[in-house]
Design a protein around this ligand. Sequence first.
Ligand code: AMP
Length: 590
Amino acid sequence: MLMRQVAEAFQSLELTSKRSEMTRFLADLFEQASAEDVDILVYLLRGRLGPPFEAPEFGVAERLILVTLSDAVAMPPCQVEALYKKKGDLGLVAEELLPQERSNLTLRDVYDTLRQVATATGAGAQERKIRLVSDLIKRSGGLEAKYILRMLQGRLRLGVGDATIIDGLSEAAGGDYGLRLQIERAYNLCSDLGFVARTLFTNGPTAVEQIGPRVEKPIMVALAERLPSPQQVINKLGRVEAEPKYDGLRLQLHKDHDRVRFFTRRLEDVTGMFPELASAALRQIRAERAVLDGEAVVYNPETGEYLPFQVTVRRKRKYGIAEMETRYPLRYFAFDLLSVDDRDLTRESLLTRREELVKVLRWRADDPIEVTENIITDDAAELERFFQDQIQRGLEGVVVKRPDSPYQAGQRSFNWVKLKRAYRGELRDTVDVVIVGYLVGKGKRAKFGIGSLLAAVYLPQQDKFRTVTKIGSGLTEVGWMEMKSRLDELRSERKPARVDSLIEPDVWVEPAVVVEVLADEITRSPMHTTGKVGSEQGYALRFPRVVSIRMDKGPEDATSEQEILEMYQMQQARPVEQPPDAGKPGKHAA
Ligand code: AMP
């Protein structure tokens, strides 16, 4: 496949924000691709060189790209720089300076060269990168170079999410949306859409159905819905299994013989950050291969008390690991077993999976890995007592699960329900929102160039982000400055394709940064697009403040529009019963 064909499709994608048109363009593109090319095409559409958990970073400085471009077009760097200042995008500069005729550069050439650029290390790596990029530019036409340079800068941003790519693949392979669910299921179990696409194009839909969890690939995590009270949980779910809800870092543990890897819920490979858990896993897990789901929490060994998320997240770092290990010791609470010795357990019931988990884990007091305790009940009063016990212990609440449910990778469903403090009808629960822009503002912070953040929630069915609030508090001065520089890297000249907004911020940013906010309540609002149908009002968070920056969550992990609507219903319903400590502040309450 020629890079020119890909670049033309990228251009069409860039010019539309209509999901149906995007799907059509993608399906046309996939129809032209061979089975050998389709995986790299899927990766490059997201500006990556592989699935998120193993794609190397490009690591090429902007200055270096600029100098290389000026060398390739034989123009002094200062002139290229002047053009860059005018256009604000090196891709557009390359498009203008390079010849427009077709080149014979293939998609495979581009991918292979970009991989060599990304993986070059050691002495002379910079020179090698320059030579590779320069050769690539010299062989490209203007249109191809535009997208290659944007990729190198991590600024491809075509506005297509995984959901739209899945629709495009389904349409290309089956002529309609009929394969969408199969592709999505396989993708959720291996997190590698390129691999699923290649399997589909090589061996057809049956082979896609056979894709299951594998130790070498992270599985997308199952997520919980929420309900306001134990009684409502029992009304909706009947008999349930309930576990304490720990406020730590979701970690998927993969053991393969003597190797242990960890992935976050964003599928980041964080192997190496938790050495004590890795050696405990080798000691404690009785299987050669196993995939566990659980929550890691920092605790105080003197008091036995568990510390909040903000402390646990300090363990997520690449350096000073030994020091962190002594300062912030971890416990890992395993609550699920997804595969064991290549047996896929995701289709088994929760109770079967937990039985296997208990069997597979060797565990004495003081071992760092343990299975979460649980109760099984259909009695609201018993669930209430269990819930109160967890609150007394300083935990967030409970997660209640359907005993007969399979593990629904990548899905938020009522198979899991979180029950946190949210009694008095106020919003005690936090909401995770994605930043889609910022306003400069007039207040005292205007001198930093950032006054408030425009934030959105996610609508998975349409792969859209809809605005829900403007946030102006919760960060320190340094926090605001750091936030601004982070957002400036994601700056977009236009409204990003996946964003639905009536408010025009001073600066648009690509949806990537997730912050956890606490708000007073949800109100109806004409300004925001969340839940807005026709000319009716939307929904908004009132008086939001930032509680934490969720580096562990991706934009699609943000609270969904549906959840906001449900939280609004709960807030309206205001249960009559008031548990004895309902007035005590929750962990995040201001
Ligand atoms: P939230 O982040 O508020 O949507 O709550 C869901 C999160 O709670 C999950 O993603 C897990 O990280 C965490 N969690 C803590 N304890 C449990 C548990 N026993 N079962 C499932 N998830 C849990």
